[in-house]
Design a protein around this ligand. Structure first.
Ligand code: Z5A
Length: 207
């Protein structure tokens, strides 16, 4: 029987999450797995509206309010998309999840990580990913990828210092949860990045 899996992709922006989700999804589909690709903030109509608010550079929001918006979007997303898909035995590939809140609102914005973890558990009803891939690379080298997109959101306008803090934050989480979180070198050739991820996913599928 095919089992459900909840896989999340994390890392600084421009690290290749969207690209890798597409590639891993294609590989899983070829093996006849039922998959759902989704993203945060977003994934439902209301959460996509929240996304428009939190990523708008013209709408500065206090860290507390911003956190609550991300968590509100996540509660909707888990309830309406992720949990039903997992219950139906599907594989969910999600672009960002709780670890982004811990890094962006917690480690970099300075909100209390213990409080954030409790609030996140409330929003997700305790749902955690089976595996999380952090796509990691020197922020300086990821800048060019972000620039190609042309559009800048609130976080991207914060500069290199901020991106370095983000990277250190993800590494801190990876250190704390080595079983769940796998760090992938995002600066390799596309195929090599995909191969590293697929190798880990195969292990989970065979478990
Ligand atoms: N956020 C938060 O603060 N708290 C939360 O709880 C959550 C989120 C859930 C979402 O931004 C923002 O929300 C994010 C954190 C915050 N911060 N910012 N800024 P978003 O969804 O708009 O974007 P993103 O998630 O940060 O990433 P992205 O811009 O979508 O990039 P990506 O998906 O990681 O990368 P990509 O689009 O796949 O690749 C970027 C380019 O690089 C593209 O041209 C690719 O072709 C190229 N690429 C990718 N991989 C390679 C390799 N290996 N070699 C060469 N070129 C490559």
């Amino acid at each position: 029987m095919k089992k459900s899996l909840f896989i999340t992709f994390e890392g600084p922006d421009g690290s290749g999450k969207t690209t890798q989700i597409e590639r891993v999804a294609k590989w899983l589909e070829q093996l006849n797995y039922n998959i759902v690709c989704t993203r945060e903030p977003g994934g439902t109509k209301s959460a996509e509206k929240i996304r428009q608010i939190v990523l708008d550079p013209c709408l500065p929001i206090k860290a507390e309010a911003e956190t609550l918006l991300y968590l509100a979007a996540r509660a909707e997303h888990v309830e309406k998309v992720i949990a039903p898909a997992l219950l139906a035995g599907k594989i969910v590939l999600c672009d960002r999840f709780s670890d982004s809140t811990f890094v962006y609102q917690g480690i970099t914005r300075g909100m209390d990580l213990k409080v954030l973890r409790l609030m996140d558990a409330f929003a997700t009803k305790g749902l955690k990913p089976d595996v999380t891939f952090i796509l990691d690379g020197l922020p300086e080298l990821l800048v060019a990828r972000r620039q190609k997109r042309g559009i800048q959101d609130r976080f991207e306008l914060e500069g290199l210092d901020f991106q370095q803090k983000v990277r250190a934050g993800f590494m801190q989480l990876a250190q704390e949860e080595q079983e769940r979180i796998k760090v992938i070198n995002a600066l390799q050739e596309l195929d090599d990045v995909t191969m590293d991820i697929i190798t880990q996913v195969k292990k989970l599928l065979l478990k």
